[in-house]
Design a protein around this ligand. Structure first.
Ligand code: PLP
Length: 400
């Protein structure tokens, strides 16, 4: 009998870990590794938000708060939903947790019974399936094919629904593909969901503000009002406000679900750090002028890297609507042999040989449930991205 609980046996060790560990080892040896694996903006948290946290500390905001988050923050979240998403929620329908991840964890644990099915469109953010499994659920994958812009079709959703289905996870714009659903696409999925009253929806909108070419992220709860009562809308400050380390995420929806999530939080983290909540109020109630400049930089990088990758023999890359990831296909490299003599049979082989021979770290598609692809984060300097593109091109040219 080991010390580790049986429930962990269903959780897969992170497929990204091998690459990260190897990249770290290479860096420690003094090798100039370009890391394109991270999922956080390379911009600082805006100053007015940092100042708000400092002011909160100076005012002594260092004690416990209520579990769901201070009322002023939950009101600011309701105002945000009304203003930006056309969604009406009351503060008791809102919970604030330790990042989007903390909120999602509470949500799965609060609602998933053993054997409940959770439909996860692939390619997916790595945490959804494992959170579902930890809660005793069964992830059911539906592939959003590259030719469909990595988005799932209503027919495929319909086919995946069973009497055991509890949740559909919608993540738009998506990590890892950057793909985002239009209003019409969400409405088409909604038509299926209207017919299946047992299915609830988690709408993870954490990348909503990181979009390009005039795209506006629609919220499924607003586009399909018939199912609004069955949608839990999840968001957070990490990505739009460059606040990954602050751990402020939130969710809104059915009051019984929110209460159940708060019950779990009351027995785990209790609440989000008090002065981070105060800073969160300022983040949500202040102008977001910094965003346009940052998105313009992201867009220039996206366009540069996509065109560089598409010029490489063996790689093909779709232009995503949002987030700061690309999900290039390496089908054209499969079956070739790397300079080391290793035959590239999978995206994992591609990624590890690229790291070994050219010191560029990206994440293999297998980690996100769709191969043969890799995920590249362009939330890093343009200079590093240009260098990485040179190296990827050299690597692909070296394959025989
Ligand atoms: N949802 C998606 C799709 C993400 O990519 C992430 C972070 O990478 C999160 C949620 C959670 O973000 P955080 O916990 O930092 O708020």
């Amino acid at each position: 009998m080991g010390i580790v609980a049986d429930r962990l046996s269903v959780v897969k060790p992170s497929a990204t870990l091998a690459v990260t560990t190897k990249a770290k080892e290479m860096k420690a040896k003094g090798i100039d590794v370009i890391g394109l694996g991270v999922g956080e903006p390379d911009f600082p948290t805006p100053k007015h938000i940092c100042d708000a946290a400092k002011a909160a500390l100076d005012k002594g905001e260092t004690k416990y708060t209520v579990v769901a988050g201070v009322p002023a923050l939950r009101q600011a979240i309701c105002d945000k939903f009304k203003r930006e998403n056309g969604l009406d929620y009351t503060p008791d329908q809102v919970t604030v947790g330790a990042g989007g991840k903390g909120v999602l964890f509470n949500l799965f644990l609060a609602t998933v019974n053993p054997g409940d099915e959770v439909i996860v469109p692939a390619p997916y953010w790595v945490s959804y399936p494992d959170m579902a499994r930890l809660a005793g659920g069964v992830p059911v994958f539906v592939t959003g094919k590259e030719e469909d812009g990595f988005k799932i079709k209503p027919e495929a959703l319909e086919a995946a629904i069973t009497p055991k289905t509890k949740w559909l996870v919608v993540n738009s714009p998506s990590n890892p593909s950057g793909a985002a659903y239009t209003e019409a696409e969400l409405r088409a999925l909604g038509e299926v969901l209207i017919r299946h009253e047992n299915v609830w929806v988690i709408s993870d909108e954490i990348y909503e503000h990181i979009v390009y070419d005039g795209f506006k992220t629609p919220s499924i709860a607003a586009i399909v009002p018939e199912i609004k009562d069955r949608v839990i809308t999840v968001n957070g400050l990490a990505k739009a406000f460059s606040m990954t380390g602050w751990r402020v995420g939130y969710a809104a929806g059915d009051i019984d679900v929110i209460k159940a999530m708060n019950k779990i939080q009351s027995q785990s983290t209790t609440h989000v750090t008090t002065f981070c909540q105060s800073a969160g109020i300022v983040a949500l109630t202040s102008p977001m002028d910094f965003l346009k400049e940052r998105n313009d930089i992201f867009k220039a990088r996206r366009d540069m890297v996509v065109s560089r990758l598409n010029a490489i023999d063996g790689i093909r890359c779709r232009v995503p609507e949002g987030a700061f990831y690309l999900y290039p296909c390496v089908e054209g490299c499969i079956g070739k042999t790397a300079p080391s003599g290793k035959k590239i049979e999978t995206d994992t082989d591609f990624v590890s040989e690229l790291l070994e021979s050219k010191a560029v770290a990206v994440v293999p598609g297998i980690a996100f449930g769709l191969s043969p692809y890799f995920r590249l984060s362009y939330a890093t300097s343009t200079e590093a991205l240009e260098k990485a593109c040179d190296r990827i091109a050299e690597f692909c040219a070296s394959l025989k």
